[in-house]
Ligand binder design. Sequence first.
Ligand SMILES: *Cc1c(COP(=O)(O)O)cnc(C)c1O
Length: 241
Amino acid sequence: MATQEAYERTLRERLPRVRERVAAAVRRSGREVGAARIVAVTKGHPEGAIEAALAAGLRDLGENRVEELRRKAPLFANRAGLRWHAIGHIQRRKAGAAARLASLIHSVDSLRLAERLSRFGEAERRRIPVLVQVNASGEATKGGFAVARDLHAALDEIARVTALDGMRVLGLMTMAPFVADETTLRRTFRLTREALGAAAAAGGFAGRELSMGMSNDYEIAIEEGSTMVRLGTTLLGRRPG
Ligand SMILES: *Cc1c(COP(=O)(O)O)cnc(C)c1O
């Protein structure tokens, strides 16, 4: 298992370059510096990776499994500024744990999950900050509201999510096809941006966040309007095991 020092070395080598690439893509998109932030995806990595990420100045960390978040988050409970992002599919019975631990849930992929989160938020007298996950590629294997299949039907469903009292919808999240040409990637990200515009125009949105882009496609995602890129491999190397 790689040590904290090894992760610190990896980040010293990689993070400046990734930050440069993010900044350059933001400029190409015609937006202000800082318009896209990095969520460092620590899933599958040991605690040393999290220590190293914090030491490198990263504050937004992502986990895709609630169980792993549940194990790791308490170990870093007192770290100033650390924000956990829940980025993977959430089983409904784990909705409360995700809402308690994460500063932002990126992956509200069904109305039923949204209702569960909203009930939790209402019980706690707060609004749970979330993003609605959309399937903008049309791939059958991808979760989320099916904007690629039927945009209007999906927007109607998303409106039902934003109308829930116990959460605050800050924007949309998408996963692009893992192996895809640039044209397909751009189309996926653009459709997500357009869906956000349409959904926001219909009302109920508290934010304009677009969580899109991973290690292999983040520059394209930023050019197409991403405000949060979820980066694992390109920052921390391959996940062990
Ligand atoms: C693992 C994961 C990522 C990061 O993937 P990399 O290719 O390692 O950058 C991003 N988003 C989600 C939802 C993930 O599960």
